[in-house]
Write a protein that binds this ligand. Structure first.
Ligand code: SF4
Length: 392
């Protein structure tokens, strides 16, 4: 059956009517949808929903990646970001290095300072504890608060992704961070069992992660979260994870973005033999995410799918996440960032306009404090995107 024929059939499905009318779709109905409706119709429906709710605009954030401390208390079976104290890739960014990178970021008109650390390194490594003490701080979070102040002074906006922060820590960081991030990865406790990817990562306990999103909601912090797809979960577990995120957003209105990241096996990890998820499976997760949360900002990282932008634009994404003209992706160092002009050109060829956003999405700017709002207004256009004259 041709694509066109399938497409014409969509009006025969009651569920598709409901989705097109932006009606609330229950989890059981999503299972029926997968069961009854051809894949291509689901994809096309998701794409239309994106057009309806977000238009033909795809955003990105021009960023610099600050690899603050890559020691980590936990061990996830797929991770190569985490270093050991004697590794050549060990990163301990002192204040001077942070300042210099912030200056460079400003020079390149980046608007995001992405701060990344491992999970509470000082709890496991004496080296981290000692290094932080020498910088004048007793914890990674204290140091992140200080670094955030430094980069904000330069006119670059911090977005911290440092694992399981406490509510008080988040409250302090929110003074300078326009948004924060923590990946849910998946809300299935099964992935914490023996032999599963989060067996040795207590910080990835789903309830702990969901609690952080809730705390952020109570503090009105715009949060980025997401799912890592292809690590041994089932499609049902992905669907449940999206509903868990949705529940928090319905209650607090603070989930600014959902990242859907496709797993890639890395050398020297115990999941090296594990394959990447099938593209059609990944696309189904993306499409269902759009259908479950029609007006969410849905991102896939462009460097992890460099050759198939159209595949993902055609299932409902509206954001490429952070793209850095000056630093590597330290989480996926084997995948370099695309050139921003090329991304713009490719999007244009597919009928989309590319817009630069701040690390806080335009519609979430009302949540941030007045000082941050005022700083953003200096380089924002009338819709709270970054002015073209600034980022181009
Ligand atoms: S993914 Fe994060 S929590 Fe897991 S080992 Fe890597 S740095 Fe640590």
């Amino acid at each position: 059956m041709s694509f066109q024929t399938l497409s014409n059939l969509q009006f025969d499905f009651e569920i598709i009517h409901k989705i097109n009318e932006s009606k609330e779709i229950k989890k059981e109905q999503i299972f029926e949808l997968i069961e009854d409706v051809p894949k291509q119709v689901i994809f096309e429906t998701a794409s239309k929903l994106r057009d309806k709710n977000k238009g033909r605009v795809v955003s990105f954030s021009k960023k610099a990646f600050f690899n603050i401390i890559n020691l980590c208390r936990d061990t996830c079976s797929y991770c190569t970001y985490k270093a050991e104290p004697d590794d050549t890739k060990l990163s301990l960014m002192d204040e001077q290095t942070v300042k210099k990178l912030a200056e460079l970021a400003k020079k390149y008109n980046c608007t995001e300072a992405l701060f990344v650390t491992g999970e509470r390194p000082e709890q496991k490594y004496q080296e981290a504890k000692e290094w932080l003490r020498k910088q004048g701080f007793s914890s990674t979070t204290e140091y992140l608060i200080h670094c955030s102040e430094i980069v904000l002074k330069q006119g670059v906006f911090p977005h911290t992704n440092a694992g399981n922060l406490t509510k008080n820590e988040m409250k302090e960081l929110a003074k300078t961070n326009v948004s924060m991030g923590v990946m849910l990865e998946n809300s299935s406790v099964r992935l914490r069992e023996d032999g599963m990817p989060h067996q040795d990562a207590p910080s990835k306990e789903p309830l702990a992660r969901l609690n952080i999103l809730k705390n952020a909601g109570e503090l009105k912090i715009p949060m980025t979260t997401g799912i890592l797809v292809g690590i041994g979960e089932t499609l049902e577990e992905c669907i449940q994870s999206i509903y868990d995120i949705k529940k928090i957003h319905q209650r607090y209105g603070n989930i600014q973005e959902i990242i859907l990241q496709n797993f890639h096996p890395k050398p020297k990890t115990s999941m090296f033999e594990h394959s990447t998820p099938e593209e059609s499976y990944f696309k189904m997760v993306v499409a269902l995410c759009r259908i479950i949360m029609p007006d969410a900002n849905i991102q896939i990282p462009p460097n992890l799918s460099p050759d198939n932008y159209n595949e993902f634009l055609s299932v409902g994404i509206n954001d490429w996440g952070g793209i850095s003209p000056i630093t590597s992706d330290y989480v996926n160092p084997e995948f370099s960032w695309p050139n921003i002009q090329n991304v713009e050109k490719k999007c244009g060829n597919l009928g989309f306009s590319l817009k630069a956003r701040f690390p806080v999405y335009p519609e979430f700017v009302p949540l941030i404090n007045n000082d941050l709002k005022q700083r953003i207004s200096l380089i924002a256009d009338e819709k709270n995107y970054v002015k073209e004259s600034y980022w181009k």
